[in-house]
Structures are given as structure tokens and as C-alpha cells.
Design a protein around this ligand. Structure first.
Ligand SMILES: Cc1ncc(COP(=O)(O)O)c(C=O)c1O
Length: 445
């Protein structure tokens, strides 16, 4: 029996209709290096989506491998209540140094969804600890995505990810997404006055007494289809939240660590949140680790004599895992040693310029870019923005074509995107864009 036959007999893959695997079985990957993944048949695929948006410095970066190996030889794991370790302390200090001012406390967990759950729970309990238990509701964007656990799904917009689970979610407020291509206020980029924010303002004005926090993905909304929205929206939303005494949670799980051309996307808007959620790029995609950063004001509201109901009763077995912390420290070292951020800033304008050329293609309705992320929304008819019939499974066709060309293109619905590892070279970008252009230009023929 082949490896894949054994896989399909025993395993259940995420976000996968397993029946699809009858005609499109998973690809058995055996090793990885830099931008490349290699399968058991000797095929090489360039990882243009950073392995679910988490790879930063390329696969198996020697410095991260070395840091992990070194750490494993000294301390593999330690429970993080009543015990600590140097790696967690150093990493915490470093994260406080590089994140926006005001974020002074670091709480560890192990994936993006838990980082979000922690922020929601901290905000809720903050208000309870402050004698304001009625402030227990949350606001999110109607196309937001914050993870697959119950709290994270509840603050996310309704989508295929949440549909089946609606009965188990708690109610939250949803306001219009600043989705410029499908502007909720019928405006275009030239006439935009960020009018979509009016609903948020009205909601907070009327209901701020019951609202604990507003949660946003700053500037780039990944799972919604790589929607890129103006920094001005984030600035205004942050101002409104502050004006009405509502916490701002910024979910930088996908946008953190240089993706958008700044270390954190909120820097584009000079916004400092009450909570920041980080994961994915934190270890450059090597090990599961996450953090929720918050302020002294939040921390202080939990600080009290024992016994007290003010303690934060939340934690995970792998909280602050030492090997994960070592991988994160190495990831941040490489940012400095390889001048990663500066190189993204150098590459991004040329990348954005070349991406605009995709807009000439018959079925590319909209092109949006930020940092080394680009998305192309495919439509059957550009003038009317009519989408393809979902039964056509255009995305799947592009995925297959990509594989033939040695690229992992994994469209979300009809949005084809590139989420390039930050280590990608100009030459590699050129090859990726040429191949992708070729694939998209043959679409529908
Ligand atoms: C913005 C955002 N938040 C949270 C998550 C959830 O992260 P995880 O898959 O690690 O739970 C994701 C995952 O894609 C994300 O894009």
C-alpha cells in the first residue's frame, strides 16, 4: 500500500472534502529548503503562499534549525505556571520592544485562534474585574476571520468556516468590511471617504456600555480573500474605540512579522491597540507558538491578593514551549542579520507595479497588493463583476495548473493570491509572476 493510500485510510485533512481526494489525493512532501517543497516523486514546488501564511525566512533556515536543535538538547518543555525559562523571558522582552508602545505584557499560547481567544477573554474579564460586567459584547467586521475555535468563530464574519457551527456560536455585532472592490457604500477608491465606518461609529456610540472590544485584522484580511483596506479606516476605528471606551484587539496573526512591509500592519496607521495577537510568522512557520500582548492597564486589573476572582484562568499545555521560543528568537535574529524588513520594502514597490499588469487580463477583476502579498479577484465578467459559477471550480483548475508549473497556488474561492516568503529573491518573483500570468491568461480557453 502506498503512503497516500495509507494516509487516506487513516487521516482526515483540515478544510478538505475528503471525497475530493479520490481524484485529487494529497501530495506527499518529503523535504523542504528555502522557497521549495519536494515531493516523493522528485517534483519541486515553490511555496508561494508561505505554507498557510507562516513561513517568513524560507523552509529549514539553518539558523532556526540550529536554534531548535540547541534548545532541544537543554530544555524541551516546562509547565509555565509556577515555572519559567530564559527563552520565554528573553522573547517576551523582545516582543515588547518591537511592538507598538503601550504593549507591555506578553501571554503565551500556541496558535492564532488561541491568541484571539485569550484577547477576548482578557477583555471580557477586564471589564468584570473593573466592576463593569455588562460590557461583555464584541464587535467584528462582517468578513473578518479570526480562527476556528468558538470565540474566534463568533467574532468572525459568517462564512463557510462558521456556517455549520452557527448554533454553538455566541452573538456578536458585525459592521461592514471596508472591502473597496465591493464597497459597501458604493464608492470607489478615488471618492472614498471611509464612509463604511459610520456604522461602527453609530454602534459604539449607542452600545458602548455593553461592548467590551472591537476586533480587527489590520489592513489585510486574509481569509476574506486578501482584502486590503486603507490605513485611514484603521486610524478612524481606533479613534472611535478609544473615544467610547471600547478595547481594540488587533489580530496580527497573519499580518505580523513583515508581511505588509512593516513589522506589524498597525504601524502603517500608527495605531497602538489594547491587545495584539501574534502567531504564524513568530517562529517562521517552524513550531506552534502564539502570543497575546496587552497593556499595563489590563494587567493591573487582574493583579490582586489571593484568593480572588480576578485571576485569569486560562492556559495551554504547550504555553511558552522552550523550543518554540528558541525558534522565535532565531526568527527575530534573522530579521536583523538579513535586514529582512528593508529587503521587503525594497522589493514591494516593483512587485506591486508588476502585479498591476495582471489587471489587463480578461478575467482579473481586481488586483490588490500590500508588502509581498498580492491578490487577484477573478470574475467571469469584469464590467458587472459577475463571479464564475462556483460549480466551475476555477480555483481548483488554477491549483492544478500551478502544480504543473512547480508553483503552489492555492486560490481561496475565486481569489488567486501570492503570499510570498519574505526571503524570496527578485529573480524568483519574476519567475513566479511570469508563470502565474501565463496560467491566468489561459483561463476560460
Ligand atoms: C487573521 C487570523 N487570525 C487567526 C487565525 C487562526 O490561526 P490558527 O490557524 O493558527 O489557529 C488565522 C489563520 O489563518 C488568521 O488568518
Amino acid at each position: 500500500m502506498s503512503w497516500i493510500e495509507r494516509d487516506l485510510r487513516t487521516l482526515w485533512h483540515p478544510y478538505t472534502q475528503m471525497k475530493d481526494c479520490e481524484t485529487l489525493p494529497p501530495i506527499l512532501i518529503e523535504r523542504a529548503q528555502g522557497l521549495s517543497l519536494f515531493d516523493d516523486q522528485g517534483h519541486e514546488y515553490w511555496d508561494t503562499i508561505s505554507s498557510w501564511w507562516c513561513n517568513i525566512h524560507g523552509h529549514n533556515h539553518p539558523k532556526i534549525v540550529e536554534a531548535i536543535t540547541r534548545q532541544l538538547a537543554t530544555l524541551d518543555h516546562v509547565l509555565f505556571a509556577g515555572f519559567s525559562h530564559k527563552g520565554a523571558i528573553e522573547l517576551g522582552e523582545r516582543l515588547v520592544d518591537i511592538t507598538p508602545p503601550g504593549l507591555t505584557r506578553v501571554f503565551y499560547s500556541d496558535n492564532g485562534s488561541t491568541a484571539v481567544e485569550v484577547a477576548l477573554k482578557m477583555s471580557l474579564q477586564y471589564w468584570r474585574n473593573m466592576g463593569r460586567p455588562e460590557k461583555c459584547q464584541f464587535v467584528g467586521l462582517d468578513k473578518g476571520y479570526h480562527g476556528d475555535t468558538v470565540g474566534a468563530m463568533s467574532v468572525s464574519g459568517a462564512s463557510a468556516f462558521t456556517q455549520a457551527f452557527a448554533p454553538m456560536l455566541f452573538e456578536t455585532h458585525k459592521v461592514p468590511t471596508p472591502d473597496c472592490y465591493h464597497c459597501p457604500k458604493g464608492q470607489c477608491q478615488e471618492t472614498c471617504t471611509a464612509a463604511c465606518i459610520a456604522e461602527l461609529e453609530t454602534l459604539l456610540k449607542e452600545r458602548h456600555d455593553q461592548i467590551a472590544a472591537l476586533i480587527l485584522e489590520p489592513l489585510l484580511m486574509g481569509a476574506a480573500g486578501m482584502i486590503v483596506y486603507p490605513a485611514e479606516y484603521l486610524q478612524k476605528a481606533a479613534k472611535i474605540a478609544q473615544q467610547y471606551g471600547v478595547h481594540l484587539i488587533l489580530d496580527e496573526v497573519a499580518t505580523g512579522f513583515g508581511r505588509t512591509g512593516r513589522m506589524f500592519a498597525c504601524e502603517h496607521a500608527e495605531v497602538s491597540p489594547d491587545f495584539m495577537c501574534l502567531s504564524k510568522g513568530l517562529t517562521s512557520g517552524t513550531l506552534p507558538l502564539a502570543v497575546t500582548l496587552t497593556t499595563d492597564a489590563v494587567f493591573d486589573a487582574f493583579y490582586d491578593d489571593y484568593p480572588t476572582g480576578k485571576t485569569l484562568y486560562h492556559g495551554h499545555t504547550y504555553t511558552a514551549n522552550p523550543i518554540g521560543c528558541a525558534a522565535a528568537m532565531a526568527t527575530l535574529d534573522i530579521f536583523e542579520q538579513e535586514h529582512t524588513l528593508a529587503s521587503v520594502q525594497t522589493k514591494a514597490p516593483g512587485f506591486a507595479h508588476r502585479m498591476q499588469g495582471f489587471g489587463d487580463l480578461e478575467h482579473v477583476g481586481h488586483v490588490r497588493t500590500i508588502g509581498l502579498v498580492a491578490a487577484m479577484e477573478l470574475v467571469r465578467d469584469k464590467a458587472t463583476k459577475t463571479p464564475f459559477d462556483s460549480k466551475q471550480r476555477i480555483g481548483l483548475e488554477i491549483f492544478k495548473q500551478g502544480l504543473k508549473q512547480g508553483l503552489i497556488l492555492r486560490p481561496m474561492g475565486d481569489v488567486v493570491y501570492l503570499y510570498l516568503p519574505l526571503c524570496v529573491t527578485d529573480e524568483q518573483v519574476t519567475i513566479i509572476l511570469d508563470k502565474t500570468y501565463g496560467i491566468l491568461s489561459r483561463l476560460g480557453r
